[in-house]
Write a protein that binds this ligand. Structure first.
Ligand code: SAM
Length: 347
């Protein structure tokens, strides 16, 4: 049991539930894929990773094919995206020669899974972005931000309260709202208060993004993020728990289920703007992947395949692209300094 008799901020609660060294969900097991609790786009179809790999190679071409190019994958999960990327880049020897891959991961057990899957590949695992050595750096994360704890606040009569959760003997008892010290509140610069009921704020995620923005500004490069999220602020609690591919009561299986939230992409865009980065129009996953030619690629692959293989591929494609599934729910954003504007997949 992780939760004793205690009162935790929402951020601290998520941090414990997911990353506690002994009981945390991500510390204990590999929960990816069919037999796990959730499935991400790289595990639904290889075509997702192929399209993103092509986007990365095109970005490198747009930069003028630099001799040294770094890719940092943020939160690589079970390493599936990276595995496909390595296969794709073998077909592009000049790019392959320039490419240095870094994996940014904080779960020790997932690092072991990644090392096993990507054995013998020239990859560095990093905990700190200062370890990146070379040239233009592109950061890529799929479902990275939705796994980073957030804070929740409430705005009542222009007084801001932070949401805390009270537990007794591991059981959730009630929520408590504590007044936020105006000084602390001033530090929180990027949100749009309006009159939202609940304001979700990714302070930890923004800390990571802040160091990324510094690197992007210094070197050439950019950041491509794909995540489950929305574009007009909702003012609601979006925390959810997933177990065995189903929604689960948030406090029922703490440490045994994944806890995520929806990413506020409009806030993210504002954040990049405040950091003097340029960002493309936010698009949906379906728009992005279709612009990159995912349907055409599926048609080519399907030419000589059996009926069962064809239907399996289209079933998977439907999950990635359909409005009711991941196609609309997932959004894509790209940010860079103004010299590296790159609109492939966005228009
Ligand atoms: C939802 S998973 C996504 C995995 C993978 N990108 C995919 O699409 O299958 C989130 C990943 O981010 C990692 N992660 C979460 N917080 C992190 C942090 N602060 N630093 C580095 N990695 C983190 C998790 O351990 C996990 O690998």
């Amino acid at each position: 049991m992780i939760l004793k008799n205690q009162i935790l901020s929402v951020e601290k609660f998520i941090q414990l539930a997911l990353y506690d060294k002994k009981f945390g969900y991500y510390t204990k097991k590999n929960s990816f894929g069919k037999s796990g609790d959730f499935i991400t786009s790289p595990l639904i179809s290889k075509l997702f990773s192929e399209m993103v790999s092509i986007w990365i190679i095109s970005f490198w071409i747009k930069l003028g094919k630099p001799k040294k190019f770094s890719l940092v994958e943020l939160g690589p999960g079970d390493g599936e995206f990276c595995k496909v990327l390595i296969d794709v880049v073998k077909k592009f020897p000049e790019f392959n020669k320039s490419l240095k891959i870094y994996l940014f991961e904080n779960s020790t057990s997932l690092i072991q899974v990644q090392k096993k899957r990507l054995k013998g590949k020239k990859i560095s695992w990093i905990k700190n972005f200062n370890e990146i050595q070379t040239g233009p750096v592109l950061f890529f994360g799929n479902e990275f931000l939705d796994a980073i704890p957030i804070k929740q606040f409430k705005n009542k009569g222009n007084i801001i309260y932070e949401r805390f959760l009270s537990f007794e003997n591991g059981k959730f008892i009630k929520e408590i709202f504590k007044k936020v010290d105006p000084k602390t509140f001033k530090k929180i610069k990027y949100w749009n208060l309006n009159n939202k009921k609940i304001i979700e704020y990714p302070e930890m995620g923004f800390k990571i993004l802040e160091s990324i923005c510094k690197i992007i500004k210094k070197n050439k490069g950019g950041i491509l993020l794909i995540d489950y999220g929305y574009t007009s602020s909702r003012g609601m609690d979006t925390l959810q728990s997933l177990k065995r591919h189903k929604r689960n009561e948030l406090f029922e299986s703490v440490g045994k289920a994944d806890i995520t939230h929806l990413v506020d992409f409009s806030l993210l865009k504002r954040f990049f703007k405040m950091k003097n980065l340029f960002s493309n129009k936010i698009v949906t996953q379906s728009f992005f992947l279709k612009k990159l030619g995912i349907i055409e690629r599926a048609e080519i692959l399907n030419k000589n395949s059996l009926f069962t293989e064809k239907s399996d591929m289209y079933y998977r494609l439907e999950r990635l692209l359909s409005d009711k599934k991941m196609g609309e729910l997932f959004k894509v954003i790209y940010a860079s300094n103004s010299k590296n504007i790159f609109s492939l997949g966005f228009q």
